[in-house]
Design a protein around this ligand. Structure first.
Ligand code: FA5
Length: 359
């Protein structure tokens, strides 16, 4: 056997028996590295005559190829074995009891959103959604708030600096009311829906946060009147707070998209500094409501002489505060795990009307 043949079988045997990726790497450097034995042999080719190179070149090239292939094969085998070992050691037994796993909890806002959907579904309402990045027309103009209307100033809007591709001013929606417009344009009445979601305003104190949640309600049909609105709000609040003695106060108000308009408040009492539903210590504003303005119905291509309706918008975070006795809205968004552990809900507490919405 020639010297090159002997070197080849020795190196290939060493590589095949290497027991770690580090050992393969050391063999690679020793053979193919700058100072490696195979590299040294390859370098000798340059000083050979053409005849000598024709004779000695092929065995040296074959040595290089054999060593390179052996390294690649061994490396792949060792990597596969390492992955198999890792997969075996990190296997999770899905049949273990849940108590063994770390437990998360449901945020009160998510819980309340589920409770609201459950109550309104029982009253025959569907659930609709709309975009949080909204255009000026859906958020304001179509809702009977033209560009010069002073009501725009009430909303502390976050505008985007640039217009979109179609030249529209874009903003973070300030309320869920634009979903009314989107749904009336999409579906023919009768309409009976709720639209829960995030809304944004430049506003911050104990009862106001820059991002908060609202749920919109919209009913459009023939012969709808204020009595339907009052019954719906009362029935909903009684189911939500799970008590029949819930007191509501309706106050005349103004929203450009409803006529007449009213705000509704719920009474609370202070127990150890916490606001708890019921009692006479104060009124907490929950939302706005009214009969849908004829201009809004017209803006959606419907005839207000034929179709009437009512709408309401409720602050979901405030509902959660009142029901679960929290006094600072800002804590909802602090991401403090201790707060969540105290107020959070088990993932298995799914609200149902038969089991209790606040279960
Ligand atoms: C509205 O947003 C109207 N779109 C509601 C409406 C809908 C009226 C349909 C008529 C018909 P208002 O700005 O009052 O109205 O907000 C409604 C509720 O959201 C308030 O009553 C309050 O509960 C809640 N809210 C308002 N601003 C904040 C805030 N910064 N943080 C938390 N909750 C807020």
């Amino acid at each position: 056997m020639s010297e090159v043949e002997a070197l080849k079988s020795g190196l290939v045997a060493d590589i095949e028996s290497a027991d770690s990726l580090d050992a393969v790497e050391a063999l690679r450097v020793g053979a193919l590295g700058k100072q490696g034995v195979v590299t040294a042999l390859l370098k000798t080719l340059g000083g050979m005559s053409p005849d000598e190179r024709l004779e000695k070149g092929p065995p040296i090239q074959s040595l290089r190829e054999a060593v390179t292939d052996a390294i690649a094969t061994r490396k792949a085998a060792l990597e596969t074995a390492a992955l198999d070992a890792r997969l075996a050691s990190e296997r999770v037994d899905m049949t273990l009891p849940a108590a063994e796993a770390p437990q998360g909890s449901i945020h009160p806002v998510s819980q309340v959103m589920d409770e609201l959907a459950e109550i309104f579904a029982d009253l025959g309402f569907t659930v609709a959604t709309g975009p949080e990045i909204e255009d000026d027309w859906h958020n304001f103009t179509a809702l009977n708030i033209p560009e010069t209307h002073p009501a725009r100033a009430m909303h502390d809007t976050f505008y985007f600096p640039d217009k979109d591709a179609e030249g529209r001013s874009m903003l973070l929606r300030t309320h869920t009311s634009p979903v009314q417009i989107r749904e009336m344009l999409k579906h023919k009445p009768p309409i009976r829906l709720v639209a829960p979601g995030r809304v944004y305003r430049s506003d911050s104190d104990a009862t106001h946060t820059p991002m908060f949640h609202q749920i919109e309600g919209l009913v459009i049909d023939r012969d709808i009147h204020l009595g339907h609105l009052k019954w719906t709000l009362e029935t909903f609040l009684k189911a939500f707070f799970e008590r029949d003695d819930v007191t509501i106060r309706l106050r005349p108000s103004f929203f450009p998209f409803t006529e007449p308009s009213m705000e509704f408040d719920a009474s609370y009492s202070l127990v150890n500094g916490q606001r708890v539903m019921g009692g006479t210590d104060g009124w907490m504003e929950l939302g706005g409501s009214g009969m849908v303005h004829p201009n809004v119905i017209r803006n959606c291509g419907l005839d207000p002489a034929e179709w009437q309706g009512f709408a309401f918008g409720i602050g979901v975070d405030r509902l959660a505060m009142l029901k679960y006795g929290m006094n600072d809205l800002r804590a909802f968004f602090d991401g403090d795990l201790r707060w969540l552990k105290h107020y959070g809900f088990s993932a298995l507490d799914v609200p149902t009307l038969s089991g209790g919405v606040g279960a």
